[in-house]
Design a binder for this molecule. Sequence first.
Ligand code: ATP
Ligand code: MG
Length: 133
Amino acid sequence: MAVVSTETIPVKTEPDVVGVRRHIRELAAKMGFTLVDQTKLVTAASELARNTIIHGSGGVMHVETLNGPRSGLRLTFEDQGPGIADIELALRDGFTTGSGLGLGLGGAKRLVSEFDIVSRVGEGTKVTITRWK
Ligand SMILES: Nc1ncnc2c1ncn2[C@@H]1O[C@H](COP(=O)(O)OP(=O)(O)OP(=O)(O)O)[C@@H](O)[C@H]1O
Ligand SMILES: [Mg+2]
């Protein structure tokens, strides 16, 4: 597998979320993802971008296009916020420390092929999603 291109996009404000959505939609379409898969990626990216802003006090999204036997899109949302004490609990549907529904993380996980969270309390959070074509 080869990483064909990478870019880093700020995720700090609500307009940034709109930009993330548009960017992922365009890139996924250009890569030939089906309309359904484009929507899955955009929805997952949108939830994770909102978490980065709301819970992580802002961060960045790294975008990687993957090529090899299969092509895919990998997105990493990274922040230096408070971190997640219990990742298993955070992934549970309905769990929230905020005012949301607590469906974002679990929902995003179900929409992608691979899902990974690395988080340290007091240091920050990194959520990586990959969708293969
Ligand atoms: N980047 C992050 N930094 C710190 N905590 C996070 C981060 N992302 C998620 N969490 C924690 O995980 C919990 C669950 O996240 P999830 O996205 O499922 O729900 P929510 O954001 O609270 O509500 P919803 O996404 O449904 O509006 C959050 O309430 C928060 O405590
Ligand atoms: Mg959320």
